[in-house]
Design a protein. Structure first.
Length: 123
């Protein structure tokens, strides 16, 4: 019987499934979480939000988006958090009146490989 390592087996399964292969490595304690960038939603062009995405500095599995409503009417939005191998997370829905600032956030599962990106969607 031929024995193969777990990493070789996972790599083979990943290739067969057609998924990209990612290898986890230990990062030094001083490493910063990867930068994530928001993508402006084009779903409702009349809704103007100024938003900044963030990953929590003490918990790299928590993240969200802070938005300011620059439109003339109320806008509802939520964060979309990409969680690596864990299921993606949709943040809480937030409705802002003109000029208001609000936050939508979420937390990836403990087995996530980390936050890969954060965007927002106008509902």
């Amino acid at each position: 019987m031929t024995r193969i390592s777990l990493s070789t087996a996972l790599a083979a399964m990943t290739v067969l499934a057609g998924l990209p292969l990612a290898v986890a490595t230990a990062a030094p304690a001083t490493a910063q979480p990867p930068a994530v960038h928001g993508v402006r939603s084009t779903r409702a062009p009349e809704a103007t939000l100024e938003c900044n995405t963030w990953v929590h500095h003490n918990d790299p599995l928590a993240g969200g988006v802070d938005c300011t409503n620059r439109s003339a009417g109320p806008v509802t939005f939520h964060a979309n958090i990409i969680c690596g191998v864990a299921p993606d997370v949709t943040g809480n829905s937030v409705t802002l009146r003109p000029g208001q600032v609000g936050e939508s956030s979420g937390h990836c599962a403990f087995y996530s490989t980390g936050i890969g990106g954060i965007s927002w969607t106008v509902e």
